[in-house]
Design a protein around this ligand. Sequence first.
Ligand code: ARG
Ligand code: ZN
Length: 839
Amino acid sequence: TTVYLKDYQPFPFVVQQVALTFRLAPGATRVLAALTLAPNPARPGVHDLRLDGEGLALIAARIGGRALAVSPDETGLTIPAAMLPAEGFVLETEVEIAPEGNFSCEGLYMSGGIYCTQCEAQGFRHITFYPDRPDVMAPFKVRIESDMPVLLSNGNPGAQGAGWAEWDDPWPKPAYLFALVAGDLRAHRGDFVTASGRKVDLAVWVRPGDETRCDYAMDSLIRSMRWDEEVYGREYDLDVFNIVAVDDFNMGAMENKGLNIFNSKLVLASPETATDDDYGRIEGVIAHEYFHNWTGNRITCRDWFQLCLKEGLTVFRDQQFTGDMRSHAVKRIEDVMMLRARQFREDQGPLAHPVRPESFIEINNFYTATVYEKGSEVIGMLKRLVGDQGYKAALDLYFDRHDGDAATIEDWLKVFEDATGRDLAQFKLWYSEAGTPRVKVSEAWEEGVFTLTLSQVNPPTPGQPEKAPKVIPVAVGLLNPNGDEVRPTEVLELTEAVQSFRFEGLASRPVASVLRGFSAPVVLEREVAAEERAFLLAHDTDPFNRWEAGRGLAREVLEGAADAGLWVQGMVRLMQDGGLDPAFKALALRLPGDDEMAATLAGKGQVPDPEAIRDRRRALHMALAEALRAELPAMAAPLGVRFAPSAEQAGRRALRLAALGLLGRLDLGAVAAAHRASDNMTEEVGTLAILLENGAGGPEVASFEARWKAERLVMDKWFALQVGCAAPEAVAGVVERLTAHPLFDWKNPNRFRSVLGALSANHAGFHHGSGAGYRLMADWLLKLDPLNPQTTARISTAFETWGRYDAGRKAHARAALERIKGTEGLSRDLGEMVGRILG
Ligand code: ARG
Ligand code: ZN
């Protein structure tokens, strides 16, 4: 069934207190719940009490000690109004569940012998009967009975004894923030004193043996706590903050109140086993989950349509944090690359949906790049439009006014209106209309006046054929022909379909740097001479646009629209500039990905040929290698320092690996030698990828396996690399071989993604003309779907671009999708996705 935003109604009861007792056993866990309920004045009248609950064996239900003659249906339990006392009452239920047989990574499940939970979005209903909706908030008391040595839940620790422990969470919270962990875990401890002097005990809980890999996560947590105090004035509000790492997790991590649960790949790190990218992601996700304590937990969402209220804002905050910790320019470039690769792809295909959707079948299918990353971009635009002071005033008002609330996007926009006096009615379209606006730029120079004319087109998306013009902040700076900035960045506000902006008092025709910092999530369509892009690549004072100039030039070369020479020469000059950040140089050297090129061509009405795209990319890479031949040995030299996970070293390693990638086109022996000499995972895995991309690496793959076979997170990389780097005609065979490997534990989401996720990321391989990639993908999605529908639904997005390709490929993709769709017992998750992808 489809749920609609417009149908929202408050729950007819308020939950004043929740008391839960868990008697843990793998095959038969008992959950006893006592809910203190009262009529909700916001929903007058007589109402049945409807509780959500799925897969629960009801043992008993009582009100005021008297047994109720009720039995649950497929989705919950109804207690007729006639059985309910008129005033407040306590409902007690007892249910039995089996965490051991639960492979969905939702509700209460077991990962490597550890009991753990995942309740967002609607997992709590797999634990007990409850109004499982975010606007029902209550304080929770939890008692855990188990012989496991470590027993954790939300809030502050209470009494404990042999075989039991109690927890008390005083902050009212929705059920999706509930968590419980029980297992043989070791703590890496730390502490923190808040700005107002409250002492907080911190711990990162991991399996025995992993305690030595927690330093970076703990350090990231402490820096996050300090940053949120300094930048947003937000203090932590409990005596303890616990993080637990588990190996089986559908997503990255979860912000449960006081007890964050993480995918172990986002906690555990050592130089030997984690790459610089892993360290960066750990820092960012630890921060993200911590920041949810205010943006998500203290202020939560009224309903799941408001998901971007917490996710867009929390992504925005974690992006700011990483920028402050590392480099704003580098972070912005990385975020935009990600946005284009994932969100633009989504927004321009059959799965396009608004940042705030208006309906859904399965809410887990809306934890998307649009809700998260475009949700963050929308906040970035808002901040640009109201300025830093306006943003700060609005956020202070938001925390002040809505602390303890389950809020909406309307509430969010209202604080900006009230704090700044700005009318945001038109801006709100960013929340309700899907699709990536296309902004055309043309320019004129006449009698000392430079005019930029901007026009916007908002293309149709599923269910939204027509759209109104949006408010688009376009940051622009002007350079004069010798490269000096003659007009610093200013923000033009495009609010109509077409608008012109005049710049007066200029001595000569300037070069415009448009959409600086990627000031809006749009596709810029600008007829620029390749020479002008090369000029901006050399001179732009805005680091994002400097990178973007090179990227745009490379895209044109790969499209066959520009000559390779200009880009290659631009890159050579950039590499010779000793003043530039190595991380920036490494990003500049990265060629547009094959999927990005396919999207670019499709956007121009062409049918992309995956193998031709791949061949061109490799040829351009080779041309650059030849042009940089003289520079490469120095660029590829070892750093000669002891490994530290700093942004500074990470940038130098990234540049070194980019250089080795180029050198590999000329001399693979040098890469093999660097691989043998590497003493950290960044370089070990980076060099192995280069060998594999060049059709070598056989012996190295074998020795890597021998060395790392006991390390799950490292072996995930081993699986992913072989699939990701395989040649288009070979990838199906590689997937078949690896899925038959004894370590291919397909029930483990990370391992499944390391092969099937990597297959979808291998553009020419997945879209091979034989259709073998599509068939294999369908086979594996169907195999996993009965056990873990969230993961299969997510990976099914591999097919979202199928409509771009030629008739032969489309026929293969359609056959695979129809086969999935026609399978009996298909999950609601995958069923919804495949239905939308087929259109
Ligand atoms: N709120 C979590 C985060 O942003 C994501 C959890 C989503 N999980 C899910 N099964 N939908 O970090
Ligand atoms: Zn989040």
